[in-house]
Write a protein that binds this ligand. Structure first.
Ligand SMILES: NC(=O)c1ccc[n+]([C@@H]2O[C@H](COP(=O)([O-])OP(=O)(O)OC[C@H]3O[C@@H](n4cnc5c(N)ncnc54)[C@H](OP(=O)(O)O)[C@@H]3O)[C@@H](O)[C@H]2O)c1
Length: 294
């Protein structure tokens, strides 16, 4: 298995779950991988695009998991070139060469492909309509991967979290509250946060069962960032009074955000037999992990 982006939140967690069953290869950019059981290649896909096609042609992996994306939705709004390259053009190269080598490509997309105006949860039958440039390029990426081969897979997680240095939202809330300071998460942006460990277990099920196609792949609970912060405070025994809700009008972000992109992952759950956690189960999981690591 080749993990493109093995040093990220999903990539590094997937390594920890897959290392005993796969011969693992991974790419990194600025960060490192802490395992000597993975063969690592350093590639900056913005600067050395050809290297990834060469690597895939040489390795001919059975499975490729692509986790690479730019981590700033706001930067993508102003720097279209980066988003175009990383989410579309490089992905085109990866999809083309993986078809030639017969590799199954598993690609990660996002809930931000949706407009966010639906009351209930979005299913795979709903028509995407992104509201920002990040979402636009991620949607183009979905189509590239699905059109290239019927064996390929696109998974759509949302707000991925775990006990991990790259779990940005949960780390921001937990560290700020632990420091006794106040936090101001948005109360008008709702989604279905995804425990990274669940996502990685689902990816392994997808591989094991030969699943293909497009699937939502998120946690079960639809809630706002403010409610997520409150649930984290409860789970970690922190002071909820320090959490002050704000609206998108009050705390502006550069790229527009969809209001409510909660996803229904029943299709993937039924296909794999794997069930995603609800928010309280996910938070207790990361709380227990934090205790093991302290
Ligand atoms: N995180 C979320 O909340 C979230 C929500 C919905 C969807 N997703 C999707 O899920 C996927 C994985 O997210 P994640 O949270 O695991 O991302 P992440 O932690 O930011 O990891 C991204 C990976 O991509 C690599 N990368 C970034 N820029 C690169 C470049 N120019 N050249 C080569 N590699 C580069 C990073 O390498 P280095 O670390 O070595 O620089 C890292 O390995 C992404 O496709 C994202 O769109 C994420």
């Amino acid at each position: 298995m080749l993990i493109i982006g093995g040093s990220g939140l999903v990539g590094s967690t997937l390594i920890s779950y897959a290392v005993s069953d796969f011969s693992l290869y991974a790419t990194v950019n600025k960060n490192e991988i802490q395992s000597d059981r993975v063969i690592v290649t350093k590639i900056d896909l913005l600067q050395e695009r050809q290297k990834i096609a060469d690597l895939i042609s040489t390795l001919r992996p059975d499975i490729i998991v692509n986790t690479v994306a730019h981590d700033s939705v706001d930067l993508c709004e102003t720097d279209h070139k980066i988003a175009d390259l990383l989410h579309v053009e490089v992905l085109q190269d990866i999809a083309k060469v993986s078809k030639k080598t017969g590799s199954k490509l598993i690609h990660l997309s996002t809930d931000f492909v949706f407009e966010g105006s639906k009351e209930g949860k979005y299913t795979e039958n709903d028509i995407p309509k992104p509201v920002n440039y990040y979402g636009n390029t991620k949607l183009l990426g979905e189509n590239i991967v699905i059109e290239q081969s019927e064996n390929n897979v696109v998974l759509r997680p949302a707000v991925i979290y775990g006990w991990h240095k790259k779990s940005r939202f949960t780390n921001w809330i937990i560290e700020t509250l632990q420091a006794g300071k106040s936090v101001n998460p948005h109360a008008d942006q709702c989604n279905t946060p995804t425990l990274v460990d669940d996502l990685c277990k689902a990816i392994l099920k997808v591989i094991e069962l030969g699943v293909s196609g497009l699937y939502n792949s998120t946690g079960k609970t639809c809630l706002s960032r403010y409610e997520f912060a409150q649930a984290l405070a409860d789970g970690f025994g922190l002071d909820k009074k320090l959490i002050k809700p704000v609206t998108s009008q009050e705390k502006k972000q550069l790229a527009p955000r969809p209001c409510r992109t909660c996803l229904d992952s029943t299709k993937l759950e039924k296909r794999t037999g794997f069930e995603f956690s609800d928010i309280n189960t996910g938070i207790s999981f990361i709380f227990n992990k934090s205790k093991q690591n302290s």
